[in-house]
Design a protein around this ligand. Structure first.
Ligand code: HEM
Length: 460
C-alpha cells in the first residue's frame, strides 16, 4: 500500500481507505464511484483520497457543504475536470470563474426569470405531448434516449427558438460523446486532448464539429435576420460590455450556447429516466400519481398555472432526485488554505462532495435508501435545501441557474406523459449506475409503453 501520509493537509491527515501503489485511489474510485464514496463517508465527515497525484478531501456533512459552496466559496474554483472541460466547452457559465463568471451570470439570469419560464412551459408541454402521441401501446423504447431527445428539443426551442427535432438524435449523440470525455479529462495531459493521437481525440473533434455546425448555424441565421426574438440567443447577441461597449464574439456566444444545451438537457433527462424507473418499481406510488393527475387535470393538458396543485408529482420528482441526483458529485479546487473541521486543506487540494451520498445518509434521512415520495408531504424541498441535506442543484454563487426551469420541466413532462402512458421495465433490463458527469443508467433503460387504465378519480 502506498504511503499517503499527510498529503494535502498540513497537520493531521483525514482518514482514508487503503490506496493502490500507483494512481492512489483512482482505480478503486473508477471501478465503483458511488460505492467508493459511500465507503469513504463511513470514515468520517472529512476523509482523504488520492486521484493519481491529486490530493482530495471528501466532505460529507451539511455544515461542510455550506462551508464549501456558500460561506467560503471564494477560496475555491471549479474542480479539475470542469477546468479542463474548457477544451470542449470554452468559457461558458459552467467553466468560467470570477469576474467573467459574474458578468455572464448576470447577463443570462433574465432568461430564467419566472415570467420567461411561464412562457417556456408551453413548449415543454407541446414537446411532451408530441412524444406522447408518437408512442404506441406495446412499444419498447429506450427511455434514457427518449428523455434526452425530449429535453434537448426543449432547450433548443425555449432558449434559442430553434426547432432541432430533425437533428436531435445526431446532436444528442455528439453531446453524449462530449460527456463521455469528462472522465478522460481527469487524466494527465488531457488538456492537450485534441492534439493527442488517440481515439478519444478523434471522437472529440467529430462531436465538436457536429455541435459547432448546429450552433453556429443558429447564430448565423439570427445575426442575418437581425431580429430580436426576446429569447436567450437574442440577449447574448445584443449584450454589450459595460466597460468597453463591445458585444460578444460568435465564439463567446457559441460557448454559452453549448454550455446551456449540455447543462440544460442531460441533467433533467436523467432525473426523468430514474423517475420512470422508480415509478415502475413502486406501483402504489404510481397509482397515487395517476390519481392526482386525474383529479387535478381531468382531460386538460398540464400547464404552469396549475402546477402548484400537482403536489404528489413534485414529490415524486423530488424523491427521485434524492435517490438519483443527476449531479451526483460536485468538486472544487482550493486556491487558499482552508480548515475543514480539524483538518487543513492546502491550496491545490480538490474538495469533493456527493449529493448521492449525502441524500442517502441515515443521519439525515429516515428509510434513506427507500423511495418514499410521501416524505415530501411533511418536509418541504426548500427547508431540506436550507438545511443543506438536499442539494441536487448545488448551492451558493455557482448554484444551478436552471433550477426553476428544471422543476417546471420535470413536473410538466411527468404529468404530460403519465396522463396517457405507464412505463414498465423490460423483464431483462439490467439496472446499474454510470456516474459520469451526470448519473446515467449504465445499461440504458428499455421500457414497454402501456396504455394507462384510468384510475378512479377521487373527489377533491
Ligand atoms: C434536474 C435538472 C438539473 C440538475 C440536477 C442540475 C444540477 C446542477 C448543479 C448541481 C449545478 C452546480 C454545479 C457546481 O456547483 O459545480 C448546476 C449548475 C448549472 N446548471 Fe444545472 N441542473 C439541472 C438543470 C439545468 C437546466 C435545465 C439548465 C439550463 C437550461 C442548467 C444550467 C446550469 C448552468 C448554466 C450551471 C452553471 C451555473 C454557474 O456556475 O453559474 N441546469 N446544475
Amino acid at each position: 500500500m502506498a504511503d499517503i501520509e499527510n498529503q494535502g493537509s498540513s497537520n493531521k491527515r483525514p482518514p482514508s481507505q487503503p490506496a493502490g501503489l500507483f494512481g492512489g485511489h483512482l482505480r478503486e474510485f473508477w471501478r465503483d464511484r458511488t460505492g467508493f464514496l459511500t465507503r469513504q463517508a463511513a470514515l468520517g465527515d472529512v476523509s482523504f483520497l488520492k486521484m493519481g497525484n491529486q490530493p482530495v478531501f471528501f466532505i460529507n456533512h451539511p455544515d461542510l457543504v455550506r462551508d464549501l459552496l456558500v460561506v467560503n466559496a471564494d477560496k475555491f474554483v471549479k474542480g479539475r475536470a470542469l477546468q479542463r472541460a474548457k477544451v470542449l466547452l470554452g468559457e461558458g457559465l459552467l467553466t468560467s470563474e470570477g469576474a467573467v463568471h459574474l458578468r455572464q451570470r448576470r447577463m443570462i439570469q433574465p432568461a430564467f426569470h419566472r415570467d420567461r419560464i411561464a412562457e417556456y412551459s408551453r413548449s415543454m408541454v407541446d414537446y411532451g405531448d408530441k412524444m406522447a402521441d408518437e408512442w404506441k401501446a406495446g412499444d419498447a423504447r429506450d427511455i434514457d434516449q427518449e428523455m434526452m431527445r425530449l429535453t434537448l428539443q426543449i432547450v433548443g426551442k425555449t432558449l434559442f427558438n430553434a426547432d432541432i427535432s430533425d437533428d436531435a438524435d445526431e446532436i444528442g449523440a455528439a453531446m453524449t460523446t462530449l460527456v463521455g470525455l469528462f472522465d478522460f479529462l481527469l487524466l494527465p495531459f488531457s488538456e492537450y486532448l485534441e492534439k493527442l493521437p488517440i481515439p478519444q481525440a478523434i471522437r472529440s473533434k467529430r462531436a465538436r464539429k457536429t455541435l459547432d455546425k448546429v450552433i453556429y448555424g443558429i447564430i448565423n441565421e439570427r445575426r442575418r435576420s437581425g431580429e430580436d426574438m426576446g429569447d436567450l440567443l437574442s440577449m447574448l447577441l445584443m449584450a454589450q460590455d459595460e466597460d468597453d461597449g463591445r458585444g460578444m464574439t460568435d465564439e463567446q456566444v457559441r460557448d454559452e450556447a453549448l454550455t446551456l444545451f449540455l447543462a440544460g438537457h442531460e441533467t433533467t433527462a436523467n432525473a426523468l429516466t430514474w423517475t420512470w424507473y422508480l415509478l415502475s418499481q413502486h406501483p402504489e406510488a404510481e397509482a397515487k400519481l395517476h390519481a392526482e393527475l386525474d383529479a387535478v387535470l381531468g382531460s386538460r393538458t398540464p400547464a404552469m398555472d396549475g402546477i402548484s396543485n400537482l403536489k404528489f408529482t413534485e414529490a415524486v420528482l423530488a424523491e427521485s432526485m434524492r435517490l438519483y441526483p443527476p449531479a451526483w458529485a460536485i468538486g472544487r479546487l482550493s486556491i487558499e488554505e482552508h480548515q475543514f473541521g480539524e483538518f487543513t486543506a492546502k491550496p491545490g487540494t480538490l474538495v469533493l462532495l456527493s449529493p448521492y451520498v449525502l441524500h442517502r445518509d441515515t443521519r439525515f434521512w429516515e428509510n434513506a435508501g427507500d423511495f418514499v415520495p410521501e416524505r415530501w408531504e411533511t418536509q418541504s424541498v426548500k427547508e431540506a435545501g436550507q438545511r443543506n441535506i438536499y442539494i441536487p442543484f448545488g448551492g451558493g454563487v455557482r448554484r444551478c441557474i436552471g433550477e426553476s426551469f428544471a422543476w417546471t420541466e420535470g413536473i410538466l413532462l411527468i404529468a404530460t406523459l403519465a396522463r396517457k402512458w405507464r412505463l414498465q421495465l423490460e423483464s431483462d433490463q439490467k439496472i446499474g449506475l454510470n456516474p459520469q458527469i451526470t448519473l446515467r443508467p449504465k445499461y440504458g433503460m428499455r421500457m414497454i409503453v402501456e396504455s394507462r387504465v384510468k384510475a378512479v378519480t377521487r373527489p377533491g
